[in-house]
Design a protein around this ligand. Structure first.
Ligand SMILES: Cc1ncc(COP(=O)(O)O)c(C=O)c1O
Length: 421
């Protein structure tokens, strides 16, 4: 048998680990889906052990005692083992959605009078969680450009406990220099008793393109709903981190309750994880062609895609966005603006919605179907206008998530809609 360490994550995503405490591998080719919310306990002693060993670091090497789905359950555990391996972390804890994971993590790390620093451009609901909900618990925030000098100054505030950003920001596709941020935080942490934790949302990049834990961040978030699930049928979220943080995240999941349904965990594990690298690479090949096509089109004002030389951080993209096999991985997301008014942009998007076969007007991303949306009116509408302006999310910005369709068909649909404006 090939030594596990020499295997590409591509192979591991198909076969999984060769052993797990969650399942007996000798008989089935495909892992089982569990459908029991509660578990038979053969004695009171075992029941009591189940509760004391749950989220207990000292007991984490022992075989799990299944008690109740909201604590732990076998299919979710198998998914967690795979997601942790994909991101190169010790542990993953899965949730019912990406937002379930983000809210549980932030409420685990922050408390009254603590502060979160966040990059100025974030997914709309994350922005709303930080700006509208956390202040109710006495948690303050400051949003700024993490690539600016201001970060260094803001880190000096002793109230700061958490740094939060998206490795490729939604929808501006900016990259954050992970090496610089980790260096600055380490310098600050050397002077502190309670270290600042770095949390990144790696959903746009996916672990196939970027593994932030290797760069020294503390927590990685994935919305499994997107490219990892891939087919648009399941919702899920994950936090990937070091072993020492697993207990608090499991307790947060138990008490806040945002568990993933075992059926969703099974579908993501069996269909999503095993095909993610292949789907991502194919979608990315098409994305490059679509981005080049749009960039050369006379009716298009500007295109943002990390794979294009015109991307202001193309050099940084080439450094950060690498598959586990070493290839450049600029991703499957493109943002662009048409020349002319917002009204023209609306006509273009409506035309795609009505007449295109391969491009669907819908939110979400990373799926096998190509999706188009206008963040200023849809995914980022909850962000106040002045902050949308500061992030250049103007009403003409169009976001495209490229799917698995034939490139020619996709370009032809875009061409038809562009012709009409
Ligand atoms: C970057 C990013 N993070 C998190 C989320 C939230 O994920 P979910 O919809 O699974 O809650 C989204 C949703 O679009 C997203 O784009």
């Amino acid at each position: 048998m090939t030594k596990k360490k020499s295997l590409s994550p591509r192979s591991r995503s198909i076969h999984g680990p060769s052993s797990t405490d969650a399942w007996e591998f000798s008989h089935h080719l495909v892992p089982p889906m569990t459908a029991s919310t509660t578990f038979r306990l053969k004695s009171l002693k075992r029941g009591a052990q189940g509760f004391t060993s749950f989220a207990n670091l000292k007991a984490s090497d022992k075989k799990p005692i299944w008690v109740y789905d909201r604590l732990d359950e076998p299919t979710t555990l198998m998914l967690e083992e795979q997601i942790a391996a994909m991101e190169g972390g010790d542990k993953a804890v899965c949730f019912g959605s990406g937002m379930g994971a983000i809210s549980a993590l932030l409420l685990s790390l922050l408390e009254k009078d603590r502060k979160i620093l966040a990059h100025r451009t974030l997914y709309g609901c994350t922005d709303s969680l930080i700006a509208n909900w956390l202040p109710r618990f006495g948690i303050t925030s400051k949003m700024l450009d993490f690539n600016s000098k201001d970060l260094e100054t803001e880190l000096k505030d002793p109230a700061v406990s958490v740094l939060y950003f998206e490795t490729i920001s939604n929808p501006m596709l900016e990259l954050i220099d992970l090496e610089r941020v980790v260096r600055l935080v380490k310098k600050e942490n050397a002077k502190r008793k309670n270290p600042i934790r770095i949390v990144v949302d790696n959903t746009f990049a996916t672990p196939w393109s970027l593994r932030p834990l290797d760069w020294g961040v503390d927590f990685v978030i994935q919305s499994l709903t997107k490219n990892i699930s891939g087919f648009g049928t399941e919702m899920g979220g994950a936090i990937i981190t070091r072993k020492e943080f697993e207990p608090i995240l499991k307790v947060a999941r138990k008490d806040f309750g945002a568990v993933i349904h075992p059926s969703s965990a099974w579908h993501i594990l069996v269909f999503g994880v095993s095909t993610q690298s292949l789907r991502f690479e194919q979608q990315q090949r098409t994305s490059m062609k679509v981005a080049q096509y749009l960039e050369s089109h006379p009716k298009v004002e500007s295109v943002i895609y990390p794979g294009l030389k015109s991307h202001p951080q193309h050099k940084l993209a080439r450094k950060l966005l690498r598959s586990p096999e070493g290839d450049f991985c600029p991703g499957t997301m493109i943002s662009f603006r048409l020349k002319g008014s917002a009204e023209k942009c609306e006509r273009f998007v409506d035309d795609l919605a009505e007449n295109s076969y391969t491009v669907t007007l819908a939110v979400s991303l990373g799926l096998v179907k190509t999706l188009v949306e206008v963040p200023g009116f849809m995914t980022h509408s909850a962000v106040p206008e002045e902050r949308r302006d500061a992030s250049s999310i103007d009403p003409r910005l169009i976001r495209l998530s490229v799917g698995l369709e034939n490139t020619k068909d996709l370009l032809s649909d875009l061409e038809q809609a562009l012709k009409k404006i």
